[in-house]
Ligand binder design. Structure first.
Ligand code: TXA
Ligand code: MG
Length: 329
């Protein structure tokens, strides 16, 4: 099906579309999502089609209240209540046992489900008006960087979806922290850090290759890949290495840029984008920056940062964007 995609701020119109079985993109504080009624199997299937998403990658269910979250989960424990009270609305997804009424297509056949209450007024109002929890992945074609504005969604998905609910720019800019409540494991790092979680949950671990605990299935697929090569350079000699690579690649006629998050590269006559060490600003602008550069470069060199606090989530996305192009030096 081909649509004349409309960007709108009309939550009533978008809620009506959801009720009639359509899929609608909407803004949240993390990234834009592509939503459907989580109980409508056919509508949820259309999300997978529009994105080209592998069917074994489960969706997060978005709710407008704790009451609604209880209809998605199988049981509601004291720990879940505490996590919800502390981190919702906000960039936090809890993976819990699912209510069997949630169709398998949402959870990719798992008996768990990810639930989140977004911290964006427009998104919450929209979900309220829909009257049902909304299953939604990020509103991008699979593998592409996630969208943080309505225009990003439009450029990527126009013709494939009827409506984009413009909820403003996503203030946080990175997808939610995905946390497995039973295993106390962070499956995907985000703005809510392990340290934040530990204030409620006690000791938590960080999912990764070294753990045998279940991982977020989505993390095994290529992600955040813009239309140029991303080379991530990590380690003490990264400054020298980037100078060398920049000269080599630009000498070969490639259009290059450097992302220096900490703003430490000095006296470099090059196209350098920097956030002067402001991690929040970097997170908020990261995907927009990756997308904007598509118009002008062939290669982006990124200087790695410490995987600490918000740096953990930023490096997680950059490692995926770089895929096999990571140089340790
Ligand atoms: O901030 C966000 O989380 C955004 C906005 C739209 O809410 N959504 C988002 O969705 O990033 P998506 O589909 O792009 O990423 C969801 C991640 C995937 O890595 C998926 O594998 C994981 O959450 N996930 C979802 N349900 C899960 C479950 N039951 N068990 C383990 N991982 C799960
Ligand atoms: Mg995504």
């Amino acid at each position: 099906m081909s649509y004349n995609t409309i960007i709108t701020t009309d939550t009533d119109l978008c809620a009506r579309a959801i009720k009639s079985g359509e899929i609608v993109a909407f803004g949240t504080e993390t990234v834009y999502g592509l939503g459907a009624d989580c109980f409508d199997e056919q509508a949820v299937k259309r999300i997978f089609e529009a994105k080209g998403r592998p069917v074994d990658n489960p969706l997060i269910v978005h709710v407008c209240s704790i009451e609604q979250a209880k209809t998605v989960a199988n049981t509601w424990t004291e720990e879940m209540e505490q996590l919800a009270q502390r981190f919702w609305p906000g960039p936090f997804t809890m993976v819990v046992e699912k209510n069997p009424d949630i169709p398998d297509v949402v959870s990719a056949g798992l008996d768990t489900v990810g639930i989140r209450m977004p911290g964006n007024f427009g998104a919450v109002e929209f979900i309220k008006k829909c009257g049902v929890p909304i299953a939604a992945p990020s509103a991008n074609t699979s593998r592409r960087p996630s969208p943080t504005t309505a225009m990003h969604v439009y450029h990527d998905m126009q013709g494939k979806i009827p409506y984009i609910l413009d909820c403003g720019e996503s203030r946080k800019g990175l997808e939610s922290t995905v946390y497995d409540v039973a295993g106390k494991v962070v499956l995907r790092p985000g703005v809510i850090t392990p340290k934040d979680l530990e204030t409620v949950a006690g000791k938590v671990s960080i999912g990764g290759k070294e753990t045998k605990k279940p991982q977020a299935p989505g993390m095994k697929y290529p992600h955040y890949c813009p239309g140029y090569r991303v080379i991530l350079v990590v380690g003490e000699k990264s400054e020298e290495k980037i100078r060398e690579l920049y000269l080599e690649y630009s000498g070969n006629g490639q259009k290059c840029a450097i992302l220096d998050i900490e703003g430490k590269l000095k006296n470099m006559s090059a196209y350098v984008i920097s956030f002067d060490g402001d991690m929040e600003r970097c997170a908020a602008a990261l995907y927009g920056t990756l997308l904007d550069l598509e118009a002008s470069i062939d290669v982006l060199f990124v200087r790695g940062i410490e995987k600490k606090d918000l740096g953990l989530a930023i490096m997680n996305r950059l490692e995926k964007a770089a895929a096999d192009n990571i140089i340790y030096c």
